[in-house]
Write a protein that binds this ligand. Structure first.
Ligand code: ADP
Ligand code: MG
Ligand code: MG
Length: 248
């Protein structure tokens, strides 16, 4: 699904990613953990194609296609979803229209027919029901006056509607409370399927109590320094990153 080889990248002339090697097979959920400033968010931005991040070496393929050569919109159309970075508020824009526009952009790029308001409502209702989210969510302005938990629900809904092949979740700086962790986890767990992969980036072990990853990678100083199973996250919780650094 995702294959990263020797990836190096700079931000404002400073090398942040120093040779990332990482493979996420189809159907697997991998976690990336690491201390603050290790490059976790930079990696997610580079994968999403955000401006301002200069790739200086290495390669990334997404289902065999050169991801780094694709425009951000093409990445989304190919099934890449970057979650939880910008809970933008759009006063005056109805959430239903916002979600339908996002979905139709992806459908169009995939060569699928766009959904009209009625067709969208039908699809959205199914997803809402599966995720136990109130239908009121569709009627409000995008994120306007939403609580932290409601913003999470809305992003989970967006993710479920777009049905990505690979979801990248960067939770590091958002200081999620337990309720929000559960919402995100349930959303991700509901998508678990042979054709779905996720890269869950987190500073905290506790998210991984809810989303049990197939593999855990430790990112430090712009490199993956250790890879293990879910037990690695527990070990980090107990002995901290210093123990990994000593071993690396
Ligand atoms: P993490 O998500 O692991 O906390 P980041 O990827 O946010 O780490 O940051 C990694 C390093 O890159 C840090 O030293 C940070 O200061 C630096 N960095 C990130 N973004 C920028 C930027 N826009 N300009 C300059 N330095 C940046
Ligand atoms: Mg940080
Ligand atoms: Mg970060």
């Amino acid at each position: 699904m995702l294959k990263i080889e020797g990836l190096t990248a700079e931000v404002e002339g400073k090398q942040i990613l120093k040779g990332i090697d990482l493979e996420v097979p189809a159907g697997e959920i991998h976690a990336i953990m690491g201390p603050n400033g290790s490059g976790k968010s930079t990696l997610s931005y580079v994968l999403s194609g955000r401006e301002g991040y200069e790739i200086t070496g290495g390669a990334v393929t997404f289902n065999g296609v050169d991801l780094l050569a694709m425009e951000p919109e093409e990445r989304a159309a190919a099934g890449l979803f970057l979650a939880f970075q910008y809970p933008v508020e759009l006063p005056g824009v109805g959430n239903a229209l916002f979600l339908r526009t996002a979905l139709n952009a992806v459908r169009k790029a995939r060569g699928e027919p766009e959904l009209d308001a009625m067709q969208f409502l039908k699809v959205a209702r199914e997803r809402l029901k599966a995720l136990h989210i109130s239908e009121d969510m569709l009627k409000r302005g995008v994120n306007v006056g939403f609580s932290g938990g409601e913003k999470k629900r809305n992003e989970v809904l967006q993710m479920a509607l777009l049905a990505p092949k690979l979801a990248i979740l960067d939770e590091t700086d958002s200081g999620l409370d337990i309720d929000a962790l559960k919402i995100v986890s349930e959303g991700v767990n509901a998508l678990r399927a042979p054709g779905f992969s996720a890269l869950v980036i987190t500073h905290y072990q506790r998210l991984l109590d809810y989303i049990v990853p197939d593999k855990v990678h430790v990112l430090m100083g712009g490199r993956i320094v250790q890879t293990g199973g879910p037990e690695l996250a527990k070990q980090l919780e107990e002995s901290g990153y210093a123990s990994v650094q000593a071993a690396a």
